[in-house]
Design a protein around this ligand. Structure first.
Ligand code: PEP
Ligand code: MN
Length: 262
């Protein structure tokens, strides 16, 4: 609505960090939380590069039921203790209604994954909670459908919403998804919500993640969420698109410069 456009959403995280259309935020981490050593290494890398929000899945929506499906709550608690000690905030995917309450004490931002963008019962439940929610665009979802998913949470009473463009399924098979760069300015025009770009799932190919992240920023993204791993070749999921730490550090610097130039 008009009211929304006049007042851009200001999402306040603990420690005072703000996510909004007037701030630039980076969220980085592995696709899946795997073990203590991996979490320690990633946290050290984020602290070194002044990244405040760590991503990682503990409940993973995998195409095959035989793939690694995450460490669950035990992994989240281990991760939470380490992140908290380092002053790092957590964004992680919530897959079903019962996990909303289960995860509440251990996370800072709920992520609704592309396969659950239209899980309306989950969206209703997230409308009742007082923690921010980032909603990813559906695998074959339109821009309008993403906005309506946000309306579900909003109409339930939770206005702390972030939208995420992560690519859509098209006829193109040379890339994992087709990042819809068009969606970024359109979403910013149609809503008052911060828009985050996910170049990792958007293209799915490590060496191309950086240019796509930079393109997303130039198109108006207020934040970037991307995957990295201490040893991508050994990652339990999405290693092919996960950056090495050196690549991540270089990309973080370029992203900050790109945002300043915009
Ligand atoms: C993820 O963030 O690891 C993930 C599963 O993303 P998406 O829901 O966009 O596929
Ligand atoms: Mn992933």
């Amino acid at each position: 609505s008009k009211k929304w456009k006049v007042n851009p959403a200001e999402i306040k995280l603990r420690d005072g960090d703000i996510i909004s259309q007037n701030h630039f935020n980076i969220m980085a981490g592995p696709c899946s939380i795997e073990n203590e050593e991996q979490v320690d290494a990633v946290i050290a890398h984020l602290v070194e590069n002044n990244v405040k929000i760590m991503r990682g899945g503990v409940y993973k929506p995998r195409s095959s039921p035989y793939s690694f499906r995450g460490l669950g709550m035990e992994g989240l608690k281990m991760w939470h203790d380490k992140a908290k000690a380092a002053g790092i905030k957590i964004i992680t995917e919530v897959m079903q209604v019962s996990q909303v309450e289960e995860m509440y004490d251990f996370i800072d931002i709920y992520q609704v994954g592309a396969r659950n963008t239209q899980n309306f019962n989950l969206l209703d439940e997230l409308g009742k909670v007082d923690k921010p929610v980032m909603i990813k665009r559906g695998v074959s979802g339109t821009i309008e459908e993403l906005l309506y998913s946000a309306e579900y949470v909003f109409s339930g009473g939770n206005e702390d919403l972030i939208l995420c463009e992560r690519g859509i399924r098209t006829f193109e098979n040379m890339t994992r998804n087709t990042l819809d760069i068009n969606a970024i300015p359109v979403l910013k025009d149609r809503s008052h919500l911060p828009v985050v770009v996910d170049p990792s799932h958007g293209i799915g190919i490590r060496k191309h993640v950086e240019p796509i992240a930079l393109a997303g920023i130039m198109a108006g993204a207020d934040g970037v969420i991307f995957e990295l791993h201490p040893n991508p070749e050994k990652a339990m999921s999405d290693g092919q698109q996960s950056l090495y730490f050196e690549e991540s550090a270089a990309m973080i610097n370029k992203m900050k410069k790109a945002y300043e130039l915009r």
